[in-house]
Write a protein of this length. Structure first.
Length: 90
């Protein structure tokens, strides 16, 4: 298989890690047309993530991981999307 011939990818994975998946592909395989199919196994709608203890914890965990991975060069901002907000420490 010639992977250079691949032009598009469907990413299927945990809803909390969606942005990180896309940022990883942007960094290591730029130029792909990406589609995402997030898997929500929490039993509540994504927009209510903050109301579910485990869902909330996983979203916050991802929020703090991404700046570290960006600094290490493992990720890259997604073309056409706003820059990832850097968390602030109070």
């Amino acid at each position: 298989m010639d992977i250079t011939a691949i032009r598009s990818v469907v990413v299927i994975g945990k809803i909390c890690s969606t942005r990180r998946y896309l940022m990883t592909l942007q960094r290591h395989w730029p130029g792909l047309r990406l589609s995402i199919c997030p898997v929500n196994y929490f039993g509540i709608p994504a927009e209510r993530w903050h109301e579910h203890g485990e869902f909330h914890a996983r979203v916050i965990d991802e929020f703090y991981k991404i700046p570290v991975y960006l600094a290490e060069g493992f990720l890259e901002e997604i073309n056409g999307c706003a820059a990832y907000p850097l968390p602030t420490v109070d």
